[in-house]
Design a protein. Structure first.
Length: 276
């Protein structure tokens, strides 16, 4: 088995395990370079090269920097490592971007050129839904269709026999969760609202929302404050959940929530796209 096959086998394993990493691939070389076209390396979020090889220090620094940025915004990028005289001929400086390519200088004696494609591989975004209401069930189904890893937490007695979710939890006590960017929605609609909200507040996420009216959330807020939960923590919860689309049916409400989550999820990428 070649090193190339080993790297790709590991890529498949890490994808299946929903791990975060970067796959760097040498796509072109000119003159003498340590790595050749087709060479690959897996880079962990901490900058460690887990497997493979794409050359020595001449390319490593530029690729690791690009890998860190790719994991931050979820966008792939191309890095071109060239000797100073070739950068000068192009009229670019080290660190400059042009036409989607970041240029870096090659100080190695070989004076070769390497173009490396840096691709972030991210786990599916995680949606945690508390409750088994019609909105919760529709939310789980629609989210799965959009590629979310869905965890639904609700007492088994309240759940239907068939639920479209990746993980089911009996009750609201969460164990180890899918490690990814996480969105949390409480849609208990009268069945354990307070307990579900407590669990949601204890769950790390970039979005927390409650399916219910502002009046209902205000009453629950008073109870949570009386229990000693900090005001700023409760303020993290968006209520009512979802964009104001005039939604009426459970399916429409679920759609409005996913629309709001999509706005949050794509915020950084949208800004980058507009800048380009």
């Amino acid at each position: 088995m070649t090193a190339h096959v080993d790297v790709m086998d590991l890529v498949a394993q890490m994808k299946a395990a929903e791990q975060t990493f970067v796959l760097a691939t040498v796509v072109r070389t000119v003159s003498v370079t340590a790595a050749k076209a087709g060479a690959k390396a897996i880079i962990a979020p901490d900058g460690t090269v887990v497997a493979g090889w794409i050359g020595g220090g001449c390319a490593r620094g530029a690729v690791l920097k690009a890998a860190c940025e790719a994991l931050a915004d979820g966008e792939p990028r191309m890095v071109s490592v060239r000797p100073e005289n070739l950068l000068a001929e192009l009229g670019v400086k080290a660190g400059e971007h042009r036409d989607g390519v970041r240029f870096a200088v090659n100080f190695c004696p070989s004076k070769g050129t390497m173009d490396i494609f840096v691709e972030p591989v991210l786990p599916h975004p995680s949606l945690v839904v508390f409750g088994a209401s019609p909105v919760a069930l529709s939310l789980a189904t629609q989210a799965r269709q959009l590629g979310y890893h869905v965890t639904l937490a609700a007492p088994a007695a309240d759940r239907p026999s068939t639920i479209d979710a990746d993980m089911l939890i009996d009750g609201f006590a969460l164990g180890e969760l899918h490690q990814a960017r996480r969105f949390v929605v409480v849609s208990t609609q009268g069945k354990g609202d307070e307990a579900a909200l407590r669990a949601a507040l204890a769950t790390e996420g970039c979005y927390h929302a409650f399916v219910g009216s502002r009046r209902k959330m205000a009453a629950l807020r008073d109870r949570l404050l009386a229990e000693g939960i900090a005001n700023e923590m409760i303020d993290r919860i968006k209520a009512p959940a979802g964009l104001d689309l005039g939604a009426i049916t459970p399916e429409e409400i679920a759609m409005s929530i996913l629309a709001e989550i999509t706005v949050e999820r794509r915020r950084g990428q949208r800004q980058i796209s507009q800048a380009d």
